[in-house]
Design a protein around this ligand. Structure first.
Ligand SMILES: *Cc1c(COP(=O)(O)O)cnc(C)c1O
Length: 434
């Protein structure tokens, strides 16, 4: 498409948007897992209005927009109270929150441990790639800690890996691939013993775990109530049910957070400082997160968490009952993952995709993963019957994955990982060509 010469009227534009969406995944109908956290039409209406009201406000200047400053402070204070933190910052998402926590750890080490040349972080294999991205971007070394048979960080292995340059230990509560909580108490105790920082990635699980006990689920020690935890990430735009572009990075003390900040004093454009990675920050995302937190309150979150935990339990039991599938690990909250037991799980996934379900694929071992939200409560039975049928077809037909499932399976097992990496970069590179 050439750059448009003339303008187009609003009606035509909105019709084009509506038409363009027709073939996108149906999140309202609970067909997507992991990409959308839909808490119902009432929550959507509140945050849509809040976002629209603040569509032009810029969180870069909280002087110009004291209202945004107040919303941020309310979010940070409210969520610090929820998780037992001292303070924190609002970021654009989990990746930025993790980037900021790793930067704070790196700059804290630079300030306090001059003997450390290249700071190193120890991160479970199952932790989110945002840590690899952060390490890559910040010039920090990352080492991956093995996990046990239940996909939880092996703390003995982590202990053996602590070296003179280690500055930060990481645990996830709970993990994206399998939904299990790392042994946070043990990781944090190791951090205390060795004088290290400890980050808990609760991007995914934070806003479920905080309400789990009250919602009739399993309580887990994961936040700042665990001695030794020094920072934490929790995504408002996941189970905080806020609009995309909102996450929290929280700290046990203000002094550590200060290492996250950036300031330069001599720019002709003025003295410039910003707390996080972004410069301009969308006021809409902040206002929407504030609106949702206040609209739901603890009661609303407990109610939604109950639905999520109940639905997850139904789905876990349902999946476990399908011959030819087995659950991976022992997740207790809102993620479940399964593998094929003597059959090609990507072939099952391909058949689910043909029926409009969008699940996530795992490797090492091959599996399929689901992140359960309130939108899945009404469709859980339909999903389970589709899953049973898809699995039966693969089991009885001896079917392997046909097209993209087979390609994906091959990519996960090709020994030349450098080649796979180039292929994936080619794919990203080509996205703007089709
Ligand atoms: C989603 C997620 C992240 C990254 O968050 P984004 O908002 O996608 O950047 C980090 N850690 C875990 C466990 C996650 O599930």
């Amino acid at each position: 498409m050439p750059f448009p010469d003339g303008g187009t009227d609003k009606r035509t534009i909105l019709d084009a948007l509506a038409a363009a969406r027709a073939h996108d995944a149906d999140w309202r109908g609970g067909r997507t897992f992991s990409l959308v956290y839909f808490a119902g039409e009432d929550v959507l209406e509140v945050m849509r209005a809040a976002y629209a009201t603040y569509i032009h406000e810029n969180g870069l200047s909280l002087d110009a927009f004291p209202s945004l400053r107040r919303f941020e402070r309310d979010l940070i204070e409210g969520c610090s109270a929820l998780f037992g933190a001292a303070t924190g910052s609002i970021t654009s998402g989990g990746t930025e929150s993790i980037l900021m926590a790793v930067k704070a750890a790196r700059d804290f080490a630079r300030a306090t441990r001059p003997d450390v040349a290249t700071p190193e972080i120890l991160v479970p294999e199952t932790a989110h790639p945002a840590f690899d991205k952060a390490a890559h971007t910040l010039g920090v070394r990352i080492r991956h800690v093995p996990v046990d048979a239940g996909f939880r960080a092996d703390v003995d292995a982590m202990r053996a890996m602590v070296g003179p340059d280690t500055v930060l230990l990481v645990g996830t509560a709970y993990s994206f691939p399998h939904g299990v909580v790392d042994p946070i108490r043990d990781i944090a105790a190791l951090a205390i013993e060795r004088g290290l920082l400890c980050h808990v990635d609760a991007c995914l699980g934070g806003f479920v775990l905080a309400f789990a006990a009250e919602a009739g689920g399993e309580a887990v020690d994961f936040d700042f109530r665990v001695p030794g935890v020094t920072s934490m990430s929790a995504d408002l735009h996941k189970y905080g049910y806020a609009a995309k572009g909102a996450s929290l990075v929280l700290y046990r003390d203000r002094a550590l957070r200060r290492h996250q900040f950036f300031a330069t004093t001599d720019w002709p454009g003025g003295i410039y400082a910003s707390p996080t990675m972004a410069g301009t920050r969308p006021g809409g995302a902040i206002a929407a997160a504030w609106a949702v937190m206040n609209h739901l309150g603890r009661e609303g979150y407990v109610r939604l968490t109950r639905t999520v935990l109940d639905t997850s339990r139904r789905l876990r039991e349902g999946v476990a009952a399908v011959p030819g599938l087995r659950l991976l690990g022992d997740p207790r909250h809102s993620v479940l993952a399964f593998a094929g037991d003597g059959l090609d799980v990507f072939a099952v996934d391909e058949r689910l995709r043909a029926r409009g379900w969008h699940l996530d694929r795992l490797q090492r071992p091959a599996g399929v993963q689901m992140i359960v939200t309130p939108a899945h409560a009404p469709v859980a039975d339909t999903f389970l019957s589709d899953l049973a049928e898809a699995t039966r077809a693969v089991r009885e037909g001896g079917l392997a994955a046909a097209a993209d499932g087979a390609i994906y399976g091959a990519l996960t097992t090709l020994p030349d990982r450098g080649f796979v990496r180039e292929l994936v970069l080619d794919w990203i590179d080509g996205l703007d060509r089709v």
